[in-house]
Design a protein around this ligand. Sequence first.
Ligand SMILES: NC(=O)c1ccc[n+]([C@@H]2O[C@H](COP(=O)([O-])OP(=O)(O)OC[C@H]3O[C@@H](n4cnc5c(N)ncnc54)[C@H](OP(=O)(O)O)[C@@H]3O)[C@@H](O)[C@H]2O)c1
Length: 325
Amino acid sequence: MKAIAYTKYGTPDVLELKEVDKPIPRDNEVLIKVYAVSINDWDIGLLQGDLINRLINGLLKPKKKILGSDIAGRIEKVGKKVKQFQPGDEVYGDLSGDWGGFAEYVCARENALIRKPVGMTFESAAAIPQAAMLAVQGLIDKGKIKSGQKLLINGAGGGVGTFAVQIAKLYGVEVTGVDSSAKLEMMSSLGFDQVIDYTQVDFTKEGKYYDLILDVKTNRSIFDYTRALSTNGTYVTVGGHMFRLFQALILSPWISKFSKKKICIVGLKQNKDLAYINKLFEADKLKPVIDRLYDLEEVPEAFRLFSKGAHKGKVVIKVKENYRI
Ligand SMILES: NC(=O)c1ccc[n+]([C@@H]2O[C@H](COP(=O)([O-])OP(=O)(O)OC[C@H]3O[C@@H](n4cnc5c(N)ncnc54)[C@H](OP(=O)(O)O)[C@@H]3O)[C@@H](O)[C@H]2O)c1
């Protein structure tokens, strides 16, 4: 089969379209014909090979050579112990930890997958898993979002933010989104009540207060964020700069002790809320924002766009058949 593989850490230039062996499912796995796969921030980290990702995927060179976690496709074969699925089922899910999605076929454990609703395209399904789970778990599980609140999403024009605003609107909250100027028009049309260009305005110094802040970038001091929180406000981060996350982790008990403000860090529970997302999708209450579709051979180009942060919503690869190398 064809796959985008890498044998050394580096820039998107090290990603190559290759002929590799088609994987064989273990007893508790299914073999999926991949129709679409999206890019996540973690793919970039695994490609570049920072220290944490080297500890996960090999110190000197990558052990798992095919990246790609958020996939959608059709089951072709099932292992002996698989109970929920059969060949022909259309599924999607986050395969982080095993990866292998930038390929024509991938194997997955059945508990990493959910059936794709009939009306959902494979491209939409592939856009959902990580970003939508972070939005749900950030707003609902950690943020305890409530009707009437004022919410600010920092880094709002990417994958997590474009899901989060749609979920927040179901709770009747006022949503402000912060991102760069090129994304503000798309954000307004998606339902943000206010948009802020972070290159022009520092939302932490505006004198406005938010009941809930959902942050996908966490690129500044925790005290900047708490300054923009209302008296009982909650700050939730899903990720960002390591040092800033560490600072938030260490200081959160102290901030809660000396004020009524709360600091939360989301540890992604993979695929936990996909059934909820399916319901929202089927009720026409949520749809993924997809920047553009790329072919499998264009994955390096798609990674370049994603690394620059220039994408709106999600970047999705549509896996066709019959690639020529
Ligand atoms: N907690 C967990 O277990 C877990 C698991 C997986 C991923 N994650 C994290 O989840 C996050 C993924 O979010 P995502 O998929 O939404 O990312 P994304 O699609 O890259 O979106 C991030 C957005 O932030 C904008 N941005 C960049 N610098 C900014 C700044 N200084 N202020 C405000 N906005 C800024 C970017 O646009 P411009 O570049 O144009 O400004 C982009 O639109 C990452 O932080 C990742 O590490 C966490």
